[in-house]
Design a protein around this ligand. Structure first.
Ligand SMILES: [Zn+2]
Length: 198
């Protein structure tokens, strides 16, 4: 089932989400609905707050980045992305290191806006998968990037929060329009600000 994606301005996107346990009702169905929703919207990641659930769960499938890889000229940041489809439950970023690098990020909750965001190259993250098996992974490049973006969502942080105050001010009108639903988007969304009826 495709779920509506919550748009910028909804308070659920600013809330620090709660951990869940193995008794969380309907978890497998929720995960499968989130994948369906993400693929339909052509996303590479989706966090539970984006579909209105304030829980520490996100999914990623970064294989579209692998498709861009040129065999003659491989991009080291795209390494290992072919099967990079994962579920992260109760994740903790244990460590971040390396240089800060810029990448133009977008977000299914903030359609039409893309901006350069600086993040560290490498992360160590611990989490449970959909079978409640525990993992600790070291990620780099685009894999780290997608996970850092989604991890922010379960902490109530959006990529626009990483922009300079000036940049954010310049985007203010666009962001307000997104909250009101004045935006062209090809997937189902839920907008926090009701349009005034005439
Ligand atoms: Zn996002």
């Amino acid at each position: 089932m495709i779920l509506p994606i919550v748009a910028y301005g909804d308070p659920v996107l600013k809330r620090e989400a709660e951990e869940i346990d193995e008794n969380y009702e309907g978890l497998q169905e929720l995960i499968s609905n989130m994948f369906e929703t993400m693929y339909q919207a052509s996303g590479v990641g989706l966090a539970a707050p984006q579909i209105g659930r304030s829980i520490r769960l996100f999914i990623v499938d970064a294989s579209p980045f692998a498709d861009d890889v040129d065999d003659e000229n491989p991009d080291p940041k795209a390494e290992g992305l072919k099967d990079f489809k994962k579920v992260f439950i109760n994740p903790i970023i244990e460590e971040e290191d390396g240089e800060d690098w810029a990448f133009q990020e977008g977000c299914l909750s903030i359609p039409t806006i893309r901006e350069d965001v600086y993040r560290k190259e490498k992360i160590t993250i611990s989490y449970y998968d959909e079978n409640w098996d525990f993992h600790e992974d070291v990620l780099e490049g685009y894999a780290a990037r997608v996970v850092q973006h989604e991890y922010d969502h379960v902490d109530g942080i959006l990529f626009t929060d990483h922009l300079s105050p000036l940049k954010k001010r310049l985007l203010n009108k666009k962001l307000n329009n997104i909250s009101k639903g004045n935006v062209d988007v090809a997937y189902r969304m839920k907008f926090p600000v009701k349009k005034r009826s005439k």
